[in-house]
Design a protein around this ligand. Structure first.
Ligand SMILES: [Zn+2]
Length: 458
C-alpha cells in the first residue's frame, strides 16, 4: 500500500507558546490532514506579526483539529483558522469546550491590544470567536474519534488543567502521542495524567525541560508565609494570576488554610472577571477534579470560595480595591502581567515598600513579569515609569506543568521509538532532548518551526 506520514511543526517548536502541529497521512491519492492545537504566540515576539501572518498550510484542506486544552497558547488562533476557511471537524473535551468561548473572548482583547501597539489589524474579532466555538464537538477520554478509515485520535487525561488531554493518533497502525501540556505528578486539582500504551512517536512539551520544580508543599508554605507577613505588616500582597488552573489552585489552598486556621482571614480580592467565569466552569465538572477536591465540592464546601473573598466584576469595583485598607491580597490577571487589570495594580503598589509581588508561574522573556522576576528596579507600565520598591517573591511549585524529571519519566513510561521535543525555549528543549537521549537511549530531535519531518510507518 502506498502510504506516507509526516508532521509539520508549524508553530510551537523551540518556543513555549503558539502550539500548532500538522499531521498529514497519505494513502494512494488521498491525504488526511489533522491539526493539533491552534494557539496564540505570546511574549517575546510581540510585533513580529507572528499571530497575524497567514497559516503555512491551507486551512480549507484540514479534515479535523483536536485541542489539547483551553490555554490561549493552544486555542487562541482557532477563530482565525475558521475565518481563513477551515470547515473540518473540531474536537475538545467537555470542559475545554466550555472554557474555550471564555478564554477566546479574553484573547480577542489581548490580540486587539497587541495589534494596536503594533499598528496591525487584529487577526479576528468577537464575531469570529462565536463562529468558531459553534462548530466544536465533544470528545471523551479514552474514546477514539475516527477521522478517516484507519485513522483515529484518542484523548487521554493529561493531568495539566481541567479537561486537558494528550492525543494519541493511530494512523494505519503507527501511533503518535502529542502531549500538549503535560501535568506534573501528583497534580494538584485534576487527576494524575494517564500513560497511553504502544506509542511509536512521542511529541513532548518541554516548557520546564531544564528545570525541576520546587515541591507543592514548599510553594504552599511560601504562599501562606507571605499571607501571614502581609497580615502582620498590614501590607498588600499582589498575585498576577493565570486565570485558568493556577488561580483555582491558589483559591483552593487559601480556602483550606483559612478553614484550618493556618492563616488569618485577610481580605482577598479576585479582580479578574475571566478567572471568575473559569472558576464557575470548574464547579460544573466535579468528575474532572481529583477525588479530594471533588469530595469537598460535593459536600457543599466550595474549594474555590471563602468568606473573606470578594470577586470584583466591573471597573469601578476594581478601582475601589485601592480604597480598601491593608492588609489585603489582590489576585488579578494576566499571569505574566502583559495585559489585564494586574498592570494597574502593579503601577499603583510596586512603588510601595510594604507590597509583596508573588509570581506564581512561568514568565516569558520580554514580559513585564519576567523583568520583575529578573529584579528590574524600574519598569515601564503603559507609558509610565514605575519604581519597584516592593519585595518580589517567586513560587514555582504551583506549576501545572511536568518538570524535567517528570517529562523524562513520561518518555520512559510511554516507551516511544523516537521523541520530538517541542513547546519549550530552545535551551529547555535541547536540554530535555539530551536527557531523554542520554538516559533512555531513545533517538530524539528538536525540530524547528516550519520544519516537516517524514515519519516512517510501522
Ligand atoms: Zn497549558
Amino acid at each position: 500500500m502506498n502510504r506516507s506520514l509526516s508532521i509539520t511543526f508549524a508553530r510551537g517548536a523551540r518556543r513555549v507558546t503558539g502550539s500548532n502541529f500538522l499531521v498529514e497521512a497519505k494513502e494512494a491519492d488521498k491525504t488526511t490532514r489533522i491539526l493539533i492545537d491552534c494557539g496564540l504566540s505570546q511574549g517575546e515576539r510581540f510585533c513580529e506579526s507572528v499571530n497575524t501572518e497567514a497559516f503555512s498550510y491551507n486551512p480549507a484542506s484540514i479534515d479535523a483539529i483536536f485541542f489539547t486544552h483551553a490555554h490561549a497558547d493552544h486555542i487562541g488562533l482557532f477563530p482565525k483558522l475558521v475565518k481563513a476557511g477551515f470547515t473540518g471537524h473540531a474536537y475538545a473535551t467537555a470542559p475545554t469546550k466550555d472554557l474555550m468561548p471564555v478564554m477566546l473572548e479574553d484573547s480577542v482583547q489581548l490580540i486587539a491590544a497587541e495589534a494596536k501597539r503594533c499598528n496591525d489589524v487584529p487577526p479576528y474579532v468577537t464575531a469570529d470567536v462565536e463562529a468558531a466555538v459553534e462548530i466544536l464537538e465533544e470528545m471523551r477520554y479514552q474514546m477514539p474519534v475516527t477521522v478517516a478509515p484507519g485513522i483515529t485520535v484518542t484523548p487521554y487525561n493529561a493531568g495539566h488543567i481541567l479537561g486537558s488531554a494528550t492525543l494519541l493518533l493511530d494512523i494505519f497502525g503507527t501511533r503518535l502521542l502529542f502531549t500538549g501540556d503535560l501535568g506534573r505528578t501528583p497534580a494538584i486539582l485534576v487527576p494524575d495524567r494517564e500513560v497511553p500504551k504502544d506509542v511509536d512517536y512521542l511529541i513532548t512539551e518541554s516548557v520546564y525541560g531544564n528545570r525541576v520544580h520546587g515541591s507543592i508543599e514548599e510553594s504552599e508554605t511560601l504562599l501562606l508565609g507571605t499571607v501571614k507577613n502581609c497580615a502582620a505588616n498590614k501590607g498588600t500582597l499582589i498575585i498576577p494570576a493565570f486565570s485558568l488552573e493556577r488561580t483555582q489552585i491558589i483559591l483552593s489552598m487559601l480556602d483550606k488554610a483559612i478553614t484550618d486556621k493556618k492563616i488569618p482571614p485577610v481580605p482577598v480580592f479576585m479582580d479578574s472577571p475571566l478567572a471568575a467565569k473559569v472558576t464557575d466552569i470548574y464547579r460544573r465538572y466535579p468528575d474532572f477534579l481529583r477525588e479530594d477536591v471533588r469530595a469537598r465540592l460535593l459536600k457543599g464546601d466550595d474549594p474555590f470560595s471563602f468568606p473573606s473573598l470578594s470577586v470584583t466584576v466591573n471597573q469601578q469595583e476594581s478601582q475601589d480595591i485601592d480604597k480598601a485598607p491593608s492588609p489585603k491580597i489582590i489576585i488579578a490577571g494576566a499571569g505574566m502581567s502583559h495585559g489585564g487589570r494586574i498592570r494597574r495594580h502593579e503601577a499603583h503598589y510596586l512603588p510601595q515598600k510594604n507590597t509583596t509581588l508573588l509570581l506564581v508561574g512561568y514568565q516569558v522573556p520580554g514580559s513585564l513579569g519576567r523583568r520583575l522576576k529578573d529584579g528590574a528596579k524600574e519598569v515601564d507600565i503603559d507609558g509610565a515609569k514605575v519604581k519597584v520598591q516592593a519585595a518580589i517573591a517567586s513560587a514555582d511549585g504551583f506549576s501545572a506543568h511536568a518538570d524535567r524529571d517528570d517529562l523524562v519519566q513520561f518518555a520512559e513510561d510511554t516507551k516511544p521509538k523516537k521523541v520530538f521535543v517541542v513547546l519549550g525555549e530552545t535551551e529547555a528543549a535541547t536540554f530535555l532532548a539530551q536527557r531523554i537521549g542520554g538516559f533512555l537511549g531513545i533517538p530524539v530531535d528538536v525540530p524547528r518551526e516550519g520544519e516537516t519531518q517524514d515519519i516512517p510507518m510501522q
